[in-house]
Design a protein around this ligand. Structure first.
Ligand SMILES: [Zn+2]
Length: 480
């Protein structure tokens, strides 16, 4: 049974061993034809394999280098990195707010100083998300407490409650719930200073707004003076030096309301804010502390133009329900209605919805009214007695008014749903705990409270921020 196979083997062996029957000796010295063919094939294969292996090796090496670069060096990498927080003896945070600094304003003009912070710091790539309503007081107080407005109590810039009314000049502690950062800092035995911030003049816990470190609001004080005062705190002995400071600028919100977000006046205001950031940076550099101090540059909300006659009039709802002026706590962009006792809010909502969806109310489809408990959960705007029972969400850039008027309607507004991109603001973190040239995804401003307490290594109060958030934005080693 083995014979045929043996014959075949012999035949092959013969062919390989006897290529030239005329010259056996030569045949012994020269490779056989088959061997030559086989060897040249083998060489071709080897060369091919070698080239393929070389290509694979090159591609693998290049990929490994690229991966390592992205992982450890890449500015946009949100993952592991070798960079670690630089240990600082007395961590210090300057929290700067530029009111109404809509995300994207920094691209309107040359902003060398803001760019410097961005290039050497960490930026919310698509801006920071404000809380709802996207108004000044609720947002500034959320930034320093980590609480949503329904928890910190400042549910709007002004609102009636009980027999009293909250205004932007109300400094009674009863309005201001939660624990702002200046209170947390002093509670931890450290010093804080506030150069304007909503709520900073309110006496709370250990914080009694000391005159030397807590400035009473006066919008006429030049921005330069505010910056220079904050810089002067670095001349104090370390034991007296505040470790947390706020600095507030009214611009570009002031211009945004007047002319909307796309006017050259905004561009000028942005240039001015950039100059102030430059003044701060250079002042810190002169004192030799710029690289050791943490600067958080934020805004409270964005801005949208309202020049397109996008109006909704409550008087147009009269065929379904009369909404008298004195039921309305605020019109635009936050519509809030408190009907008198004896009138069912749910009936009011039902009738308003009927009118708004009838097609007979001008722009009716751009106003959605809710009982506050039915508002989308993501707005966190239900669980407070201070919030009136009916809340209206207005489409971006629309305005609600009581009745038709000949008033010129052109400017800018904010206060809308915080889902609108136009309501986003900036966030830049620069200092020993922030990676350089890093972009992070957008986040809500209630996350900043835990971020600051982590940088300062102090115990914070319970809040609505995510406990793990600081580890996603600060460099490893911030806590060691
Ligand atoms: Zn504002």
């Amino acid at each position: 049974m083995a014979e045929p196979m043996g014959s075949a083997s012999l035949a092959i062996a013969k062919l390989e061993a006897d290529p030239d029957p005329n010259d056996q000796s030569t045949a012994l010295l020269q490779p056989s034809f088959a061997t030559r063919v086989f060897t040249s094939r083998q060489r071709a294969c080897s060369a091919l394999v070698f080239i393929v292996m070389l290509i694979i090796t090159c591609v693998s090496t290049a990929s490994a280098i690229a991966f390592a670069f992205l992982l450890f060096r890449g500015p946009n990498s949100g993952s592991l990195r070798l960079e670690r927080a630089r240990p600082i003896q007395n961590p210090t945070v300057i929290l700067v707010s530029s009111d109404g600094f809509r995300f994207g304003y920094q691209f309107k003009t040359q902003t060398p100083n803001i760019d410097r912070l961005t290039a050497n710091g960490t930026e919310a790539e698509a801006g920071m998300i404000p809380v709802f309503p996207t108004l000044t007081f609720p947002n500034h107080y959320s930034i320093v407490t980590g609480l949503y407005p329904c928890s910190h109590g400042i549910i709007s810039n002004g609102f009636p409650y009980g027999n009293d009314t909250f205004t932007m000049k109300s400094h009674e502690p009863k309005w201001w719930l939660g624990e702002p950062l200046w209170e947390t800092v002093t509670k931890n035995g450290l010093k804080a200073a506030t150069y304007f911030w909503p709520g900073s003049e309110v006496k709370k816990g250990n914080w009694d707004c000391p005159p030397s470190l807590c400035k009473k609001y006066d919008g006429s004080i030049p921005f330069e003076e505010r910056v220079d005062t904050v810089l002067s705190y670095f001349d104090l002995p370390v034991s007296d030096r505040p470790v947390f400071m706020t600095l507030y600028f009214e611009d570009p919100d002031h211009q945004g309301h007047k002319v909307g977000p796309d006017d050259p006046e905004i561009t000028e205001a942005i240039s001015m804010i950039d100059k102030m950031m430059g003044r701060l940076i250079q002042g810190l550099e002169r004192k030799g502390v710029f690289e050791d101090v943490t600067i958080l540059m934020v805004g409270d909300h964005g801005m949208v133009g309202t020049c397109d006659k996008k109006l909704i009039f409550l008087e147009d709802l009269a065929p379904w329900i009369e909404i008298p002026h004195d039921w309305v706590q605020s019109y635009s962009p936050l519509l809030s209605i408190r009907p008198p006792h004896g009138i069912s809010p749910s009936e009011v909502v039902a009738k308003m919805r009927e009118g708004l969806s009838s097609g007979k109310v001008k722009n009716g489809m751009y106003l959605k009214v809710y009982l506050k408990e039915d508002l989308p959960e993501r707005l966190h705007y239900s669980y407070s007695d201070r919030i009136p029972p009916i809340v209206g969400l207005i489409e971006e850039a629309y305005k609600v008014e009581q009745k038709t008027s000949k008033r010129q309607e052109c400017g800018g507004a904010h206060g809308y749903d915080n889902e609108f991109f136009s309501m986003r603001t900036i966030f830049i973190g620069h200092g020993p705990q922030f990676a350089k040239s890093r972009k992070v995804p957008s986040f809500m401003n209630v996350e900043l409270y835990n971020t600051v307490t982590s940088i300062l290594k102090i115990q914070g109060a319970p809040n609505n921020g995510t406990p793990s958030f600081p580890s996603t934005i600060l460099l490893p080693g911030t806590w060691s």
